[in-house]
Design a protein around this ligand. Structure first.
Ligand SMILES: O=C(O)CCC(=O)C(=O)O
Length: 351
C-alpha cells in the first residue's frame, strides 16, 4: 500500500514513496533494434551510473525550429483534455497583491494547461512516438511501452529555475495515494524524455542533474508558499509549496545539460534534477517532457478514474475529470491493468 508517507525527520519529509532502486541484471540492451537507435553496452552502463543519457538527436535543429511556433501555440492554447469546467479550484481566489501571474490560481491553471496536450495534437504525439525516443526507451525499460503523461516546461526571460527534485510514484500529486503502483518499486518502471524545442543553455534555463542520485530518494524541507516571504525565491516553488531537498554536498556534482533544439535526454525521475533560471532578456526556452512506462504499472485508482476525479494537492485542484485522459500504446503489447484505457497511436501521428 503506497498511501503512507511524510515519514518525517524534523522538518524534512519524503514527498514521494521512499524507495531504493535495484541495479539491473545486465547492461545489455533489453531489445535489439534498428542500428540508428541501437545503444551499446557502454551507453547503458553510463545511463545506470548517472541516471540519465543524452543529449540524443530527435530532429535536426532546423526541422525543430520549423515546428517550434506550433509547439509554443499549443502550450498557450486552452486544454481540450482538462478545460476549466473539468475541475474545481479549491484555493482562495487571487486578490490584491496576490492577484498576479504568480498567484496559486494562475499556477494551477497553467499547470493543467501544460499537461497531456499530446492527446489533442497529433504533431506533438508524433514527436513522443518517434522511434528515436521509443526505441531507446525500449532498450532501457523493455519492449512493451506506454505513454501516460506529457508536460510543457516553458521558461520565459526572467523566470526562476526549477528547484531540485526527485520522483518515483507521484505520491506528491495527491499527498494521499501514489499515482503509479508498479509491481515492484525497486525495479525501473518509468523513464522521462525531455525534448528541447528551443536551444536550452546555461543562460536561458537548461536542465541540471546530479549524477548517481537515482538509487535512493532523499527527504525534502517543505514550507507553504508565501508570496511575500518567498518573493525573492523563484527557484524552489512547486505550486503551493516551497520544497528543497537535503542535498548536503551533493550539489557540487551537479551537471548543466545544454541541448540544441531537436535534441532530447532520457532520465529517471529518481535522479535529482531541476533547471537553471532564465537570466536572458529575450531568449525564451521551451522544453517538453513525456513519461514512458511499462504496462504492468497501475495508474490512478478506480475512484479517481471514476466519480472521484483527481485531486492535485500542490495545485489545490479537486475532482479533475479524467474521462478524456487516455494512455498511448507505443510499442509491443498492451496487456496489463490499464488495458481498458490504452489506445494505439493514431495514423496521423505516426512518423
Ligand atoms: O524543464 C524543467 O524546468 C523541469 C523539467 C522536469 O522537472 C521534468 O521534466 O521532470
Amino acid at each position: 500500500m503506497l498511501s503512507t508517507f511524510l515519514g518525517s525527520r524534523r522538518s524534512q519529509v519524503y514527498i514521494d514513496v521512499y524507495t531504493r532502486l535495484d541495479p539491473p541484471e545486465s547492461y545489455q540492451p533489453l531489445v535489439r533494434t534498428d542500428p540508428r537507435w541501437q545503444l551499446s553496452e557502454a551507453d547503458i552502463r553510463g545511463f545506470w551510473e548517472r541516471g540519465f543519457i543524452g543529449p540524443l538527436k530527435l530532429l535536426d535543429a532546423n526541422e525543430m525550429r520549423e515546428i517550434s511556433a506550433t509547439m509554443w501555440r499549443l502550450w498557450e492554447a486552452e486544454s481540450r483534455i482538462y478545460p476549466p469546467n473539468s475541475y474545481h479550484y479549491a484555493g482562495s481566489a487571487a486578490t490584491g497583491s496576490d492577484a498576479t501571474e504568480a498567484s496559486n490560481e494562475s499556477y494551477a491553471r497553467k499547470g493543467l494547461n501544460a499537461r497531456d496536450k499530446h492527446l489533442q495534437n497529433d504533431e506533438l504525439l508524433s514527436l513522443y512516438a518517434h522511434p528515436a525516443i521509443v526505441e531507446r526507451m525500449a532498450q532501457l525499460l523493455g519492449g512493451d511501452l506506454l505513454l501516460w503523461r506529457s508536460q510543457f516546461f516553458p521558461k520565459y526571460p526572467g523566470m526562476g529555475g526549477t528547484g531540485w527534485h526527485q520522483a518515483t510514484a507521484y505520491l506528491n500529486e495527491t499527498f494521499r495515494t501514489a499515482t503509479l503502483t508498479p509491481p515492484n518499486l525497486r525495479k525501473l518502471f518509468q523513464l522521462t524524455a525531455w525534448v528541447a524545442v528551443t536551444d536550452s543553455t546555461v543562460k536561458n534555463g537548461c536542465l541540471r542533474f546530479i549524477p548517481g542520485t537515482h538509487w535512493e530518494l532523499l527527504p525534502m524541507r517543505v514550507e507553504e508558499y508565501d508570496p511575500i516571504r518567498h518573493a525573492g525565491n523563484k527557484h524552489d516553488r512547486f505550486g503551493t509549496k516551497i520544497m528543497r531537498p537535503a542535498l548536503g554536498g551533493l550539489e557540487e556534482r551537479a551537471v548543466n545539460l545544454e541541448m540544441k533544439a531537436g535534441e532530447f535526454v532520457i532520465f529517471s525521475e529518481r535522479t535529482m534534477h531541476g533547471a537553471l533560471p532564465n537570466i536572458t532578456t529575450d531568449d525564451a526556452r521551451l522544453g517538453m517532457s513525456a513519461r514512458y512506462i511499462v504496462p504492468e504499472v497501475k495508474i490512478h485508482n478506480p475512484w479517481v478514474l471514476g466519480e472521484g476525479g483527481l485531486s492535485i494537492a500542490y495545485l489545490q485542484v479537486q475532482r479533475l475529470n479524467l474521462d478524456r485522459w487516455k494512455i498511448i500504446q507505443l510499442r509491443g503489447d498492451t496487456k496489463g491493468p490499464m488495458a481498458g484505457r490504452v489506445v494505439p497511436v493514431p495514423a496521423g501521428a505516426r512518423r
